[in-house]
Design a protein around this ligand. Sequence first.
Ligand code: MF3
Ligand code: CO
Length: 252
Amino acid sequence: MAVSIKSEREIELMRESGRILSIVHTELAKMIRPGISTLDIDKRCYEIIRDFGCVPSFLNYQGYPASVCVSVNDEVVHGIPSKHHILKDGDIVSLDAGVIYKGYHSDAARTVTVGEVSPEWKRLIEVTKQSFFEGIKFAKPGYRIGDISGAIQDYAESFGYSLVRELVGHGVGRELHEDPQVPNFRTKRKGIRLEPGMTLAIEPMVNMGHYEVNWLDDGWTVVTADGSPSAHYENTVLITNGEPELLTIERN
Ligand code: MF3
Ligand code: CO
């Protein structure tokens, strides 16, 4: 599939989709505390998106049963919300959600803390977030996808962390997952050249230990193979003629 270049009209719809998603993340972060279940988060996420007249991108996507992926500690991504999974003091929780507004998807993830989290785990969250910002320094015309990938990798690895190999970022728009793939590590191919109007979900998934992951028997939940904690940070990014525009960051 070719990489789609969004028209000005499509970009407006994606901006609105992203704006709503940024509010979803702000609201979900406020409710995070010890004692709530991961299903409580999913219910709230569904309600907020519905109240905007939108549809959660992930709900029923390839059979996924919830509006948000909630991945705790050694869970990397795609954790399924459950009333039996209660958050406890010291956990870190990755929240990944998407919104469909008038046919256009936005996709964003944050890792947040529950109560008092150890300095080591907090640093993992901060480095993961900063690796995204290192990557998007190259999210502009004149660079290739691989320049973003390499910058993310170099930054996170300089802290001794590793980048998950089996999952990657992606184009986003009319579909949740469009071309091109956006790896968080160097590959043999440098990838396509970036052009204005591309919309990319850039999403480093960083493990404190080794990058190897396993899939649980539920068919969704991805966990680190070595049991180390993992963090995730993702925004939907518009490539422009100049600096990239972050569509899923709340602006005042
Ligand atoms: N946010 C994920 C991604 O970035 C998609 C989640 S898969 C789903 O690709 F099934 F949970 F929707
Ligand atoms: Co994504």
